[in-house]
Each structure stands twice: as C-alpha cells, then as structure tokens.
Design a protein around this ligand. Structure first.
Ligand code: 5RP
Length: 314
C-alpha cells in the first residue's frame, strides 16, 4: 500500500522536461494525493490528473496524517448533540490520558477552550456543525456553528462537518459542506466531512457509504469520515480522498473493534476517527495503544488483543 519505490524520480525528470510549464508535483499516500510533499515520493504528472495543495494546506494535512500515511483521530465531540454522554461527562478527564496517543483530536470549540491545555495539545479538527440534539426533531437538520475566523484563531489543523445524504436535510447539509470548503480553501484549512447516517438509513452498507463518501469528496472534503462495512474497498476506492472509519456505539468485545479496524485498513482506510469504542472501554489507554499498533505498526487483531490484555494488567 505504501509505495517506497524510487524509480519514478526518473519519470519525474521526464515529465518535468516534457511538460515544462504544464506540470504539477503531487505525492501519494495509498494512491490518494494528500500533499505531504516533503515526506513522500514526488511524482511529476500532467496537470489534468493532479490535486495541487498550497503550503499551508499541505502542512495542515501533514499534521493530521502521519508520515506512514496513516492516522488515529480521537473524536470527543459527541456532547454537541448528545450532552454529557457516558464516560465523556467530564471531557477534560477523558481526554488527558489519551491525548499522547492521538494523532488529532476531533472536538468542539467549547470543550477545546475549556478542557485542553493549549501548551500540551495535539493537532485539532474543530467540529463546526451542529444546532440539533438527541431530543429534538431531526438530527440531520444541522447548520454551521463556528466561523472560519474562529478556526483560525484556535489555530486548528482542520474543520469537520456532518453531511446527511438521503435525509430531508441532504441538500442543506451538502451546501453547508460546500460553503465550508469554499471558506477553508481560502485559508488553507482542510475540511473533514463526516458521513452521518440518518435515522432511516441505519443500514450501513457499502452502497450507501460509498455514495455519501464520494459526494463529500466531490464537494471538496480533503478527508472523509465514514463507517466500516462489509466490502469496505468499495467505499475506499470510490472516494478520491483519504477515508477514516468511525466506530459507532460500543461493540461487545475489543477484538471486534480490532477486527473491523484491521479489515478497513486492509481495504483502503488510512486510519480511524474512533471515539466510544476507546473512551467507553474500561481500559481506554490499552485500547488506544492497541489500535495505534494496528494503524501504525501493521499489528494483526490478535497482536492488538495481546497489547490490550498486557496493558490491562499494568
Ligand atoms: C459524532 C461524530 C463522531 O466523531 C464519530 O461518530 C466518531 O465517534 P464514534 O467512534 O464514537 O462513533 O461524528 O457525531
């Protein structure tokens, strides 16, 4: 998956000569351009096939996605519509021990400002959509809650917004995404689209998730968060930008989590945006360490289980 072949440097020269003024340099993480230009092999390719990123955008993407092309985002944003959900009643206490193991935090401005030490943080993906709650009429009826100026003031690495494909608010949520992308691109701030599943779409199949993920990428999301499903490669290959997988409600065993994360990674995800199955676990630190091993060290589910079991005993 991770291409370390250097033979293309020659091809680079060919293209640079051949296309002279009409070339772009991109880099590839699992075949999808993300713009971490310094760390990865450069390819010069004709302009029509390439995404060009300016330095600021490329720098923010590199803060989010590690040099191996993979990442572990830790979402703690659930309170924006669920209130003080279990094990996130006091978010500062939940976040603190997990922070060293997260490649980025997905969080709202309220919780960020009140619980995260600005001198000891990790890259931030700011949740900027909301306006609905679990007791309200329709969770899909979200708006943009936080301005791009606030995102800049908070020095975030990305902003995140939900889209609700197939719901009554499909159009509004997709236009919100587009508006946010327009603003984010102006300042070099990547947008992560969260493909939330509406009430009537609880069936998370590859057809639906591929549709929602592709639409989000087409509208300009730089990263897409979706769910793991059977045949996940259909979701990943149909989405031209990096895809991370969420966990959803807590599942019965740790091994199930390790298995779906491992499977998703084999089928093209670059990592996770996984919350409840980490911080609602009885041993959240061993859990996040075990997941890091799958994501960054190519551990199998069984090896991850051993890491978790060993961590539990300490
Ligand atoms: C909440 C979110 C969460 O960030 C996302 O669902 C990931 O968390 P979990 O793994 O707990 O599902 O977008 O709306």
């Amino acid at each position: 998956m991770f291409d370390t072949d250097t033979s293309n440097f020659e091809a680079n020269e060919f293209f640079l000569n051949e296309f002279n003024t009409n070339y772009s340099v991109s880099c590839s993480i699992i075949g999808k351009p993300v713009g971490a230009v310094i760390l990865l092999k450069q390819r010069a390719i004709p302009a029509e096939g390439v995404v060009i990123m300016e330095w600021g955008m490329a720098n923010r993407m590199a803060q989010l996605i590690q040099s191996d092309g993979h990442t572990l985002f830790l979402p703690v944003d659930h309170g924006y519509f669920q209130g003080p959900t279990r094990k996130l009643e006091e978010p500062g206490k939940t976040i603190k021990p997990l922070l060293p193991y997260a490649d980025a935090l997905f969080i709202t401005r309220g919780v960020l400002r009140s619980t995260v030490d600005p001198a000891r943080t990790r890259p931030v993906i700011l949740r900027v959509s909301g306006g609905t709650s679990v007791v309200g009429k329709d969770l899909a009826n979200e708006g943009i809650t936080t301005s791009i100026e606030e995102a800049i003031r908070l020095n975030v690495s990305a902003v995140g917004i939900s889209v609700f494909v197939g719901t009554d608010y499909e159009k509004e949520s997709l236009l919100n995404l587009s508006k946010l992308v327009n603003e984010g691109e102006r300042y070099g701030i990547p947008v992560m689209a969260v493909t939330a599943v509406g009430k009537e779409l609880e069936k998370r199949d590859a057809r639906y998730l591929a549709l929602a993920s592709r639409i989000a990428a087409e509208l300009g999301a730089r990263v897409v968060k979706t769910y793991w499903c059977e045949d996940f490669e259909k979701v990943a290959t149909g989405c031209p930008v990096p895809v991370v997988i969420a966990g959803g409600p807590r599942v019965d065993t740790e091994l199930e989590v390790f298995e779906f994360v491992y499977d998703g990674m084999q089928r093209g995800a670059i990592g996770v945006n996984l919350g409840r199955n980490i911080w609602q676990n009885e041993y959240p630190v061993p859990m996040i360490k075990a997941l890091r091993a799958i994501i960054h060290k190519k551990a199998t589910p069984q090896q991850a289980q051993e890491i978790y079991d060993t961590g539990k005993k300490k």
